[in-house]
Design a protein around this ligand. Sequence first.
Ligand code: ADP
Length: 486
Amino acid sequence: MGKTFETIDPRTGEVIARVAEGDKEDVDLAVKAARKAFDDGPWPRMSGAERGRIMMKYADIIDKHIEELAALDAIDAGKLFSWGKAVDIPTVARLIRYYAGAADKIHGEVLKMSRELHGYTLREPIGVAGHIIPWNFPSSMFFMMSAPALAAGCTMIVKPAEQTPLSALFYGHLAKQAGMPDGVINVITGYGPTAGAAIASHMDIDKVCFTGSTEVGRKIMQAAATSNLKQVSLELGGKSPLLIFDDADVDKAADLALLGILYNKANMFPLCDQLNDEFRLKCRGEICVASSRVFVQEGIYDEFVKKLKEKAKDWVVGDPFDPRSRLGPQVDKQQFDKILSYIEHGKREGASLLTGGKPVGKKGYFIEPTVFTDVKEDMMIATDEIFGPVMSLMKFKTIDEAIKKANNTKYGLAAGIVTKNLDVANTVSRSIRAGTIWINCYFAFDQDCSYGGYKMSGFGRHLGIEALHKFLQVKSVVTPIYNSPW
Ligand code: ADP
């Protein structure tokens, strides 16, 4: 209440603005507003078509502010401005339209009862949702999490990451312009252990949706369990493998491997231009599920290493507003230091630096694209989620070995396979325990294709109709067909 905190420009380390530091009391107020809007307000009561209409208007307004929104994510999160303008923010509008179109197609089923009863199900909004958002994709994550909840008829509290609060505040402002009723979207800026924790343990929130680290995900689940047993969905860490088989086109596979680790802060336009149309489409992505472990079959390993070293030089690190930059800065000093300490650890453990490994420039949080070879599976750089431009390159001989190595992780978010052999692609994709498998592509996200974790990468799915169902609950209604006593 009344407190503020600084948000930092990762290009310079300087303060951009002071933002309200929401805490438990502010969360209480926001939940009251969301509760009132859900219990008495028009949003869950209006027809799906009407909700969809307002959401479409919201998407149109966002389209009109693409430049400002891309600029906010560039100064606050270090996202490349050109990419934000061309892909990230238009993706947000597309996502909202996708779920707007689903809002009037929510229905239950007529049941085949075993007696003379008429039974059917209704799908009803779950209530007040709490969304806790990470900093890596401030815009797309905001809507990957909130757009299906809006379509379902939920009201919500949205807490952006403390590193990247600016675009979220603007989205809150634009919701009002679109005619979203009061109390439907409540943006709370603040820190995780205070504002975030207050959301996870709130007695009047019906569902908490979290995207972030596995460590914090565990806390969210504990808080939900010890408060009101609110439903939880978690999209957590990853250490996703990319498996490249001997029959792969080495040139394209090297591009894909770099894209797989660098995409979050990357400008993919130069890469897109080199690739054919089909491949380009497959590469267009919206979110980072970094392929931080790259396994290459021994027959092409040496050639692949050579190519990767050459191609890494093309990834120019620089200011996100400079069109020549292909890689922006890390989000803040803490993340910058964490990545550099993993790199030092990798060197101490005996891995070899093929390329990168150092900060770039004296100001801001820029790090070179970094590739380690001679990596052993149990080294920290191969087991921990680093969340930065650091790839561990390893070799394999057989398909079985590749599968075993790919699955040798506590995570299970995604995996990539590069091969022309359909049998290999089919066998491997069914054997890897991960929520998404990309064959001959990576980051091939689509709003209709849900994704989420196996194992300690979490549960519940983003995107697709699966994500809409996450915010609906099923009610069964039963009545006698004949001889009703009333
Ligand atoms: P990242 O790996 O993206 O830095 P975190 O898991 O630390 O992820 O943060 C993701 C989101 O979770 C942020 O919005 C952050 O403020 C929030 N958060 C951090 N700690 C907690 C907590 N103890 N309870 C609830 N939310 C938290």
